[in-house]
Design a protein around this ligand. Structure first.
Ligand code: NAD
Ligand code: MG
Length: 389
């Protein structure tokens, strides 16, 4: 199988290459891509010898080209958004791992959907921003869409194999999304105001990129995942319930009308959902240690605290509002998280900024990609001037 890995220098990208390297007989890398980290991409090119390497940044691409020519590697170097779209839709590519972070992943992931590729979807922002447009493209081209997000991968594994988006027909009554609660689950509320980016990025169970780490600390990540579940499984907000489960061993659950609850368990290691999606419907080794239930010993569950984590409520609100609201929320969140990481706003300002941006922009219908991109631009502009009025 020929793969394009979008965002290969990131956390999911590195885990994907780790699984791929364990199965050289099954997978070949056609294209690797990154934003600007040409040194890491160069190392990956040496190891995986892709046909194409793409950097968003032109100067970084020039540096990579130079290094590859010294190393006498015939990988073709491209740059820019159109090149990312191109390597996502090449005829020789069978599957695309969509692991760019944030709204930047939308266009190339959509290109893969339009080209009918098998899509391994880590970039949840694509579904949050443009769920209707993206799912239409998947259906129209006959793309196979496999969720990488551990919760959605667990739900996918716990649904009937022939599940076609009809809850009632499959006897599904509820989707239970587990959440670790992040690093601030028990932090005194009065201290949340002054937590640092370092504290926010120190996740108790998962090692991830910075943006999703901050999202996990604010529980916006779970909010984005509620919206992601809505689109992936065609389920309304009312039947998606978040359950705080600090051990991150149960990755999510599906409740059925007969009282059965099916779940997927495992160690918190993204190589499990990645290997599952790569080999689906088969199973392959992922390099993940077997789950030791005696060591886990105990599994805890509590209801989420919407007062501590206002982002979770904002996400439900945006999903219910529909149209451009989730795209606006996503854009405001990206600006807020970047500002927090740069120490320009406090952690507790993140939900306040998002709430104000959502309130300041009217919700409109989404029919095309341009509707989504317009909402994204407007929300970013409003978010950047937040607090300066
Ligand atoms: P990361 O920050 O570690 O890596 C992001 C990758 O995207 C890098 O390769 C980077 O070069 C590339 N990138 C960033 N901005 C770009 C741009 N403007 N244009 C082109 N490329 C760009 O992020 P990550 O933790 O690997 O997360 C990637 C995606 O997977 C996110 O959407 C995240 O929500 C999702 N996800 C991650 C995890 C995890 O465990 N890390 C789990 C579930 C879902
Ligand atoms: Mg997740």
């Amino acid at each position: 199988m020929n793969l394009t890995i979008l965002g290969s220098t990131g956390s999911i990208g590195a885990s994907t290459l780790d699984v791929v390297a364990r199965h050289p007989d099954r997978y070949r890398v056609t294209a690797l891509t990154a934003q600007c980290r040409d040194e890491i991409l160069f190392e990956q090119c040496l190891r995986f010898k892709p046909r194409y390497a793409v950097l968003l940044d032109e100067a970084a691409a020039a540096r990579l080209k130079q290094k590859l020519s010294v190393a006498a590697l015939d990988t073709e170097v491209l740059h820019g958004m159109e090149a990312l779209e191109r390597v996502s839709s090449l005829p020789e590519v069978d599957a695309v791992m969509a692991a760019i972070v944030g709204a930047a992943g939308l266009r190339p992931t959509l290109a893969a959907a339009r080209a009918g590729k098998k899509i391994l979807l880590a970039n949840k922002e694509t579904l949050v921003m443009a769920g209707a447009v993206f799912m239409d493209a998947v259906r129209a081209s006959g793309s196979v869409l496999l969720p990488i997000d551990s919760e959605h991968n667990a739900i996918f594994q716990s649904l009937p194999r022939d599940y076609a988006g009809d809850m009632a027909a499959s006897g599904v009554s509820k989707i239970l999304l587990t959440a670790s609660g992040g690093p601030f689950r028990n932090t005194p509320l009065s201290e949340l105001q002054s937590v640092t980016p370092e504290q926010a990025c120190a996740h108790p169970n998962w090692s991830m990129g910075k943006k999703i780490s901050v999202d996990s600390a604010s529980m916006m990540n779970k909010g984005l995942e509620v919206i992601e579940a809505h689109w992936l499984f065609n389920v309304p907000a009312d039947v998606i319930e978040v359950v705080v489960h600090p051990q991150s061993v149960i990755h999510s659950l599906v409740q059925y009308v007969d009282g059965s609850v099916l779940a997927q368990l495992g160690n918190p290691d993204m190589r499990t959902p990645i290997a599952y999606a790569l080999a689906w419907p088969e199973r392959i080794a992922a390099g993940v240690a077997p789950l030791d239930l005696y060591k886990v010993a105990q599994l805890d569950f509590t209801a989420p605290d919407f007062a501590r984590f206002p982002c979770l409520g904002l996400a439900y609100q945006a999903l219910r509002a529909g149209g451009t609201a989730p795209a606006v929320m996503n854009a405001a969140n990206e600006v807020a998280v970047a500002a927090f990481l740069e120490r320009r706003i406090s952690f507790t300002a993140i939900p306040r900024l998002i709430e104000d941006v959502l309130a300041s922009l009217p919700v409109s219908a989404v029919n095309t990609l341009d509707d989504v991109l317009g909402a994204d631009v407007a929300a970013r502009a409003a978010a950047r001037t937040w607090g300066r009025q």
